[in-house]
Ligand binder design. Structure first.
Ligand code: IVH
Length: 704
């Protein structure tokens, strides 16, 4: 390993001197004119870049670590003698400093989109059908790539030099993490003009790809953290995000991230006419394009690729959670287009959750924002798909009963890509016979945080802490309010919220808008710039639309979707505050229980006062009314096969505008399956369950 980039920094001055004596090149350089030194420096840098490329991009080093270290040291020494000649793209300049102003927000050249997911062959074939339909062609080539489990990152190059690295953020605006990105060895800091030319890439371009932490680096980092008594990261994806967003680039450098590009843009637009060409060109330019990719003709071959990698995924040095299939031709991609946040010309096929067997050691009850107590299984640590799992959810008391689980049991734990691991079942077999000394899981009597007696209302599965002032609830409420999908106050995460609530600076969400710079500066690890950034974020949150504020209030049973319907229906917080149970039930998907929960929330004086304070703080408490129909209210639809007159999205919109809901899979709860041509297993399932099957004409009639 070229550990040297970091350790070489730390080599003592005396060793540096002795190294200098070893290398005549330096002496030579010292004696030459400034121009000669500059030239020699560049030759040395190019040599080092070449070896970095062999090692970090191709995984095929051509010299030993020691030889590499020596070259690096030569460069450092010459640069130390000639500081004026140090260039930002020198291999010695990967690590350096921290951003002066925290992470500055930067707009993307074009939205950084996400991908839609499929989970089985039928859904994948449905997707292909849509591609055929939208492109008007039936012979489409696709590129299959691994779906790398990291975070997407944009790199901006000007005149062949890396000038900026930007996280995805919310897709439109990301954060400038350039200093940290520069430490990733597989990211070229500069690419010679002739190399770019040969690869057919313009001098100013943007690359988008996946930043990830290889499993070995992840394990090493967590082992080190554990030894130091620090909190460990849950999985490599979180570790990547945490690493790229911390302020010391030296720390990022130590953690060994890797970067695989999969897009090349010029002025926000795809540059080449085929995706396969993009990948080849990026490879030719010196980027680490993932080699495990394939150009295929039709979905049958893509399916083969998917099956092949499902069996081999554990042999990879990093985590993948599926396969991405992309239409190869850019012209066809343009024709096929996008939905709101994902291209229709690409799709992710997600592999099923992976499982492991371990022992249940204990169960603790965790208090959430609404006071709900969730049982969390504490497990003997088990390695599942590259991640050490220590905790898993048991959902609720009923689930504990359903599983029949006791402390000491062997359990199967499942982990999907994005979800919290869960306990799936008890294991009792030859290798894992059920132990005799099992202990029943105790149901909670008191809130583990504030000690108040818990309540379990008839007919409800959850135990709740009903103490309005329970510190756990307050913490979770603030975290929810500030989170990305809600008021999007970046920087207001666990650490800050803990301090704000512990110091009594924030006793409810309205207090956030009263925070002063001095308040923030009185907290630990808070500099002037960070405090200002947080104040800016708080100010910016005031512009977010009404539905976010409604969602942010944390009213029981009011999630993101319901908040949206409420905002559209009432058009103002005031109208919502004063709505009756009956009026509320006119809103899409709002039944008596949700309506009562909303009325109950606003019947509490403290909650009304809270809203009043948010109004005084000038949050957006009104919006545009939009009438959705109610003719399909409460009805759930599943679409399958190819519709003759609508795309899937158009059909979905029609159903939703009429108040209905569209889901992906057929169950007993489905009211209608809309079947188009070549409908597959979803249609069979509907027949098996006796779910009503209709055609698109009937769908139109129902939607009015
Ligand atoms: S393409 C417009 N290709 O998956 C195309 N994404 O779930 C957008 N990802 O945000 C992305 N491997 O972070 C693409 N080979 C791959 C990928 C990949 C991983 C990530 C990416 C994206 C997320 C969507």
């Amino acid at each position: 390993m070229y550990l040297s980039l970091i350790s070489a920094w730390q080599i003592s001055a005396s060793r540096r001197l002795s190294l200098r004596a070893l290398f005549p090149l330096i002496i030579l350089a010292m004696g030459s004119s400034g121009k000669d030194v500059a030239k020699k420096l560049e030759t040395l840098r190019e040599k080092i870049r070449q070896h970095e490329y062999f090692y970090y991009v191709l995984d095929r080093p051509e010299i030993s670590d020691l030889e590499f270290d020596k070259l690096m040291q030569q460069l450092k020494d010459v640069e130390a003698e000639n500081p004026a000649l140090i260039t930002p793209d020198s291999p010695t300049q990967r690590v350096g400093g921290k951003p002066r102003e925290g992470f500055v927000k930067v707009p993307h050249s074009s939205p950084m989109l996400s991908l839609d997911n499929t989970y089985n062959e039928e859904e994948l074939r449905d997707w292909e059908r849509r591609v055929h339909e939208l492109s008007g062609r039936s012979d489409v080539d696709y590129v299959c790539e691994l779906k790398l489990d990291g975070m997407s990152l944009a790199l901006i190059y000007e005149d062949g030099k890396l000038v900026r690295g930007i996280t995805r953020g919310d897709g439109s605006v990301g954060e400038d993490v350039t200093l940290n990105v520069r430490t990733v060895r597989s990211v070229p800091l500069s690419i010679p003009r002739d190399r770019l030319k040969k690869a057919g890439i313009p001098a100013n371009f943007e690359v988008r790809g996946e930043l990830l932490m290889p499993l070995a680096a992840f394990k090493k980092m967590n082992d080190d953290r554990e030894a130091k008594g620090l909190a460990v990261f849950a999985n490599p994806r979180n570790a990547t995000a945490g690493t790229v967003r911390q302020l010391e680039s030296k720390v990022t450098a130590e953690r060994r991230l890797d970067y695989f590009p999969y897009m090349l843009l010029e002025n926000g637009r795809t540059y080449f006419d085929r995706h396969s060409k993009t990948l080849d060109a990026l490879h030719a330019a010196g980027f680490k394009v993932n080699q495990n990719r394939k150009l295929v003709h039709g979905i049958d071959e893509a399916w083969e690729f998917i099956l092949q990698w499902e069996g081999k995924r554990d042999s990879l040095p990093y985590e993948i959670d599926g396969i991405v299939i992309k239409v190869d031709r850019t012209a066809l991609q343009d024709e096929i287009g996008f939905t709101g946040k994902a291209p229709r010309w690409a799709i992710a096929y997600k592999y099923a959750a992976r499982a492991g067997i371990t022992k249940l050691e204990n169960v603790r009850w965790q208090v959430g924002r609404t006071g709900k107590l969730t049982p969390v299984a504490e497990l003997v640590p088990v390695f599942i798909g590259g991640t050490t799992v220590r905790n898993a959810t048991l959902h609720n008391a009923d689930e504990i009963g359903r599983l029949g689980i006791k402390i000491g049991d062997w359990v199967q734990v499942e982990r999907g890509g994005d979800v919290i691991p869960k306990v799936a079942k008890i294991i009792d077999d030859k290798e894992h016979p059920r132990p005799h000394d099992l202990k029943a899981i105790e149901m909670p009597e008191r809130c583990p945080v504030c000690g108040t007696k818990v309540v379990r209302t008839e007919g409800e599965v959850d135990y709740r802490c009903v103490n309005a002032n329970c510190p756990a609830k307050l913490r979770e409420t603030i975290l929810h309010f500030a989170s990305r999908g809600v008021m999007n106050i970046d920087g207001m995460g666990d650490a800050l919220v803990n301090q704000l609530t512990e110091h009594g600076l924030v006793k409810n969400v309205a207090d956030i808008y009263k925070l002063s710079k001095d308040d923030l500066l009185s907290l630990e690890r808070m500099g002037d710039k960070s405090a200002q950034n947080i104040l800016n974020e708080i100010e910016a949150s005031k512009k977010l639309p009404l539905e976010r504020v409604i969602y942010g209030l944390g009213i029981r049973m009011v999630g993101e979707r319901t908040a949206q319907f409420l905002a559209e229906h009432f058009g103002s917080m005031e109208a919502l505050e004063n709505a009756s149970v009956e009026e509320l039930q006119n809103v899409n998907e709002v039944g008596p229980r949700i309506a009562e929960s909303i009325v109950e929330f606003f019947s509490i004086a403290a909650n009304r006062k809270l809203v009043e304070r948010l109004r005084e703080a000038k949050l957006t408490l009104s919006g545009e009314k939009k009438r959705r129909g109610t003719q399909l209210a409460g009805k759930t639809f599943v679409l399958t096969g190819t519709l003759a007159h609508f795309t899937r999205d158009e059909a979905k919109k029609m159903i939703e505008d009429a108040g209905g809901k569209v889901t992906g899979s057929v169950s007993k709860k489905t009211d209608y399956v809309v079947a188009g041509a070549d409908a597959g297993s979803k249609l069979d399932k509907a027949k098996e369950l006796g779910v009503k099957v209709i055609d698109e004409k009937e769908m139109e009639t129902l939607a009015g």
